[in-house]
Design a protein around this ligand. Structure first.
Ligand code: ADP
Ligand code: MG
Length: 342
């Protein structure tokens, strides 16, 4: 039995998308531009802003690092005593008090779960562990018995959020994983913070999820490259107003066993990694948290159902699929205005 194991980080994805951005930023820039970057959530972040006034990159980076560290202390499954992990260990059937950021991200996660009929489900945490994509790395397929056992502890409908107060109750031994929405939430938080400092033109990116506002260093719209899964640079360049972009792709983090590729995106209804032919899903939305979570939800749903939901929600979505003769792209009506003009 041969077993090939391959993993890679979303760092690569971020690097490629940004490479393209920096290329487009190389033209003469009369205004003052500042850029800084760092590490968070197991990946990297990058910020570019235009006309910073009195703001200085070093100080901004210090403040953002501090805020991201604080957010990780709330929402990371990789920090043992994070607020999320404490909640994961909390007893069943008792209301638990939440911090405001955790309440906000959980509310958004639940909205995407309901919209996608459970294709997005943060209670996949034990499945993520079982398949070895969580804090404890493990390779190979679990047994059917182990899978059935873990499925007893999955299901967002058994999570209850209070409508008015930041409180949550679990009605089963559930644990939550926010990896598919946290980067987007972090991007939104950073964007809102920059706007509060009076910055009008910025790009914030964490692990490939990004949000832009105003103008790019060239003085026109920000342009983002959607990566070609076959390699060789961007497949599509889109010009954006004030909006966020998130991409899910099965070709970044996976393992292979006996010729089958196991993606880190799991179908919570079957408990198994997705296996269909979808290579990447890109979603545009004012909220990066929503776009991030939706990109994962649509990946789980597969092309046809994903496009049907995108049409129903009037959501701009661009999908790259593996066809018999290479990669094929499909998009929703709301994405059409973003396509480059012929
Ligand atoms: P991608 O960029 O491919 O969307 P993300 O990092 O945004 O990847 O999200 C993938 C992570 O989300 C997985 O590693 C896992 O922790 C978690 N996850 C996997 N499947 C689901 C799902 N169906 N719903 C919510 N979270 C998921
Ligand atoms: Mg995601």
């Amino acid at each position: 039995m041969t077993s090939v194991v391959k993993r890679s980080l979303s760092l690569e994805k971020a690097a490629l998308v940004l490479l393209f951005l920096f290329l487009s930023a190389c033209s003469p820039a009369p205004e003052e531009i500042i850029q800084f970057s760092g590490e968070t959530m197991g990946t990297t972040y990058h910020v570019t802003l235009r006309n910073p006034g009195d703001l200085r990159a070093e100080r901004l980076k210090q403040q953002l690092d501090y805020q991201l560290a604080h957010f990780n202390q709330i929402a990371s499954t990789y920090i043992d005593d994070s607020e999320l992990n404490q909640l994961n260990r909390a007893p069943i059937g008792e209301w638990q008090q939440l911090s405001e950021p955790l309440y906000a991200i959980l509310t958004m996660a639940m909205e995407v779960s309901w919209l996608s009929a459970g294709a997005f489900d943060i209670t996949v945490a034990p499945l993520v562990d079982l398949w070895g994509f969580g804090p404890v790395k493990r390779e190979g397929r679990p047994s059917d018995d182990a899978l059935a056992d873990v499925m007893e502890r999955v299901g967002y409908t058994r999570l209850q959020l209070d409508m008015l107060e930041p409180k949550l109750m679990k009605s089963a031994a559930l644990s939550m994983d926010l990896s598919a929405i946290a980067k987007g939430y972090g991007v939104d938080a950073a964007a809102i913070w920059l706007a509060s400092l009076g910055v009008k033109d910025y790009l914030v990116e964490i692990g490939g999820e990004m949000r832009v506002a105003g103008k790019s260093p060239r003085g026109d719209a920000w342009r983002i490259g959607v990566e070609n899964p076959a390699g060789g640079g961007p497949q599509l360049a889109i010009a954006l107003g004030d909006i966020a972009v998130a991409t899910s792709g099965d070709y970044r983090n996976y393992f292979e066993q006996d010729g089958v590729r196991y993606s880190h995106t799991i179908d919570p209804r079957t408990g198994r990694p997705i296996t269909h032919t979808l290579a990447s899903v890109t979603v545009l939305d004012p909220s990066c948290a929503f776009a991030d979570a939706m990109a994962t939800a649509l990946s789980v749903m597969g092309t046809e159902r994903a496009l049907a939901l995108a049409e129903a929600q009037d959501l701009p979505v661009y999908i790259i699929e593996k066809g018999e003769e290479g990669f094929v792209s499909r998009y929703s009506s709301a994405f059409a205005p973003y396509l480059p003009k012929e």
